[in-house]
Design a protein around this ligand. Structure first.
Ligand code: GRG
Length: 274
């Protein structure tokens, strides 16, 4: 494990944590619940955005940190709503009680709504400051919306018991990889990258998201009736497939100079133990 890159990952997490702490300064119950929901994330998606911006930038701007904050608000919203009784009905998230368990179901719904609302507001404010973020914002909201993460969630909630590998790929693509694509492509659009470069960033995020989700499955000892690759193949075959996906992921990002951190994330995320 490259210590320098691991350090950058942790630095990004600290910087995003500081943005979160600065953003919430009221003592209202809803802000308390929003802050609670945002604590303790790994900030993988914010890091993807920031590190893709760094492909063409040395210094990250205030607008980039705000955009990354909006990304993590959307991530928190999706987890808060996913944990609700009407969805996965989970009592624990990020090592503590889920938001609806801690604050009540009414506040759970409203916390998710408010996070998505604030994220959209931040994206619009950043785009007012600098219109080069406008198409990035549109792309992000599209990928976490109707034809992306939300569609993935619906496919997952309504799946049949006898799903196959193609179905699993479709769910993981929409539910997980589309958000990863949103982070890399949004940054690529702000960078002013060519269509070909944007395509490579989208492919990289596709394989990274798939690999991230497969590792999530491999870490799950007791997946019950949840979708999981281990219900379709044994551990060794799934691990071999993950290695192949990582190889394809690497070949997409190798096309860029300065790709060290994004290459590091492939191994780091697909070998994580948490
Ligand atoms: C409710 C619209 C809506 C969507 C929910 C993201 C999602 C879709 C559901 C969460 C459940 C889940 C297992 C999704 C797969 C993606 C995933 C592994 C999310 C967790 O991401 P991490 O590990 O979480 O990056 P942290 O806590 O670090 O932010």
């Amino acid at each position: 494990m490259n210590k320098e890159y691991k350090e950058i990952f942790l630095q990004n997490k600290n910087l995003i944590d500081q943005e979160i702490a600065k953003y919430f300064n009221s003592e209202s119950k809803i802000e308390e619940a929003m802050l609670y929901s945002m604590e303790d994330g790994k900030r993988v998606r914010a890091t993807l955005f920031l590190e893709t911006r760094k492909l063409s930038l040395k210094e990250i701007s205030k607008n980039d940190f705000l955009f990354a904050l909006a990304i993590e608000m959307i991530q928190a919203y999706s987890l808060v709503h996913d944990d609700l009784p009407a969805m996965d009905d989970d009592d624990y998230r990020r090592g503590k009680e889920s938001v609806h368990k801690h604050f009540g179901e009414d506040l759970g719904i409203l916390t998710g709504d408010a996070l998505l609302n604030e994220a959209s507001k931040i994206i619009m404010e950043v785009s007012l400051n600098d219109p080069s973020y406008l198409s990035a914002g549109v792309y992000l909201l599209e990928k976490v919306g109707l034809s992306g993460m939300i569609e993935g969630q619906i496919l997952d909630l309504r799946r049949r018991n006898n799903y196959d590998k193609d179905f699993l790929i479709e769910v993981y693509d929409k539910k997980t990889a589309d958000f990863f694509k949103a982070c890399t492509v949004a940054a690529g659009l702000v960078n002013g990258f060519s269509d070909q470069e944007i395509m490579s960033l989208e492919n990289y995020a596709y394989y990274l998201g798939l690999g991230f989700q497969l590792q999530d499955d491999l870490l799950e000892e007791d997946y019950g009736d949840e979708i999981n690759i281990l219900s379709l193949m044994d551990y060794d075959h799934a691990k071999k497939w993950l290695d192949e996906i990582n190889e394809k992921c690497r070949s997409e990002i190798e096309k860029f100079d300065n790709n060290g951190m994004l290459s590091f994330l492939i191994e780091f995320l697909s070998k994580r133990e948490y």
